[in-house]
Design a protein around this ligand. Structure first.
Ligand SMILES: N[C@H](C=O)CCC(=O)O
Length: 438
């Protein structure tokens, strides 16, 4: 990959220094830029829709810290709320009113949620939701979908997407085979395979966990009837249906994918946007299950910093701001996302570059395909049909033109309420130049 090294000189020096003291120089593998064959860009600051790297280059940001920054970087109201709370204390290890306020707001927004427990990350959320599903059913098996990523807990690091897909890893050493054996994987969108599984082992299955949009293998939409079919089947066999809305929550609609598509999961996992840019996660759902969580019930789960006031105020302020005035700011971001996706589709057609562009709400994804007639509806097809080398060239061509996209084709993109029509125009102009080069 030919990357203009002078432009990233300071990033590269930073990376060399980081590698000496941090494994691979990064604190999460997707930050290593392995999916685009270069070395990471180190960032210095962000404001609104823009980020600046340590070399002083400015970018329109479509990563937004992998989704949380629905209002963009350093939104003044969020920044002020965090600063004021920091003055009052950053953590008490005891309840605060803010937790109840955020819980109420989430319950108002997301249709299936009756109670919620805050944790510190999406990984904690999915891990706890699965423990709860096993506690509620007395069963052990978990069904997940190949290429979906639900964080890095042992039982979920099986055929996972995101960084695992980007690095091309099969699974992870360190996950005990006995633990992995209790997670059964099925291709995304393959309802027949799930039906077979339930027919054979239905009495052993504690839960089905799924991303409503498979946004950790790029951007794969559920086929019509796939998610409602999972709901129906889990109900029939007495298993728990867990919707992992860490990515889609408050991004595809104020009430998440479940509100958009009329789904009624037993449990929902949340993260990213509800922390407004600070570390947070949550698992939530029907009262009958949530009442099993200690101390209301016997299923133990805890956390020193869970529900900490900084994350709570950042999340509250973010959600209140995004959905004020009947969600006008959110709707504007949805319109811009649609315009961006349509613009990319048009360019693909004009320059005869086979693309599969998807968008829902403020999320989008863009696969470069190996063949004009290829399509991607699951992980096997993503691995076979996504032209990762061409995406890498596109990524760096866009970065040189001041547009920061996900440094892997197996990740989704995000738009914030801070993006403007001019940003989208500038992005499409950069994409046109990049396409002409490709
Ligand atoms: N796709 C991942 C999370 O949703 C990317 C973030 C990470 O692993 O650091």
């Amino acid at each position: 990959m030919s990357v203009a090294t002078e432009r990233y000189a300071r990033s590269q020096a930073n990376f060399a220094a980081a590698q000496a003291v941090i494994p691979g120089g990064v604190n999460s593998p997707v930050r290593a830029f392995r999916g685009v064959g270069g070395t990471p860009i180190f960032f210095d600051r962000g404001q609104g829709a823009y980020v600046w790297d340590v070399d002083g280059n400015r970018y329109i940001d479509y990563v937004l810290s992998w989704g949380p920054l629905l209002l963009g970087h350093a939104h003044p109201t969020v920044a002020q709320a965090i600063a004021e709370q920091a003055q009052r204390g950053t953590s008490f290890g005891a309840p605060t009113e803010l937790e109840t306020e955020l819980a109420r707001l989430v319950i108002d927004l997301v249709p299936s949620i009756e109670q919620i427990r805050f944790v510190n990350s999406g990984t904690e959320a999915t891990m706890s939701a699965l423990r709860l599903a096993r506690a509620a059913t007395g069963r052990r098996l978990i069904v997940k979908f190949t290429g979906c990523y639900h964080g890095h807990a042992d039982m979920l690091l099986v055929q996972a997407g995101s960084g695992v897909a980007t690095l091309g890893l099969p699974d992870s050493p360190g996950v005990p085979p006995a633990v992995a054996a209790e997670t059964i994987t099925v291709e995304y969108n393959d309802l027949d395979a799930v039906a077979n599984l339930f027919a054979n082992r239905g009495a052993e299955i504690a839960a089905v966990i799924v991303e409503p949009i498979a946004a950790n293998m790029g951007f794969v939409l559920p086929k019509p009837g796939f998610l409602s079919g999972l709901r129906e089947m889990t109900q029939r066999y007495g298993a728990i249906f867990i919707l992992d809305e860490v990515m889609t929550g408050f991004r595809v609609a104020p009430g998440g994918a479940q509100a958009l598509w009329g789904l009624d999961p037993d449990l929902t996992c949340l993260g990213k946007v509800i922390g407004g840019g600070l570390p947070v996660g949550a698992y939530a759902g029907k009262r009958q299950y949530m009442q099993l969580v200690a101390p209301a019930g016997p299923m133990y789960q805890a956390g020193t910093l869970s529900g900490n006031p900084l994350a709570m105020i950042a999340g509250l302020t973010t959600l209140r701001t995004a959905f004020a005035n009947d969600g006008a700011a959110f709707e504007q971001a949805v319109t811009l996302t649609t315009n961006l996706a349509n613009g990319l589709r048009d360019l693909g057609t004009r320059y005869r570059i086979p693309l599969q562009v998807g968008n829902v709400g403020t999320m989008f994804g863009c696969y470069f395909l190996r063949h004009p007639d290829a399509q991607i509806t699951n992980y096997a097809e993503a691995k076979a049909n996504a032209d990762t080398q061409r995406y890498a060239r596109f990524f760096w061509a866009m970065a040189e033109r001041g547009v920061y996209l996900a440094p892997s084709q197996f990740e989704a993109g995000f738009v914030s309420t801070a993006h403007t029509a001019a940003d989208i125009e500038q992005t499409l102009a950069a994409a046109e130049e990049a396409f002409a080069q490709l």
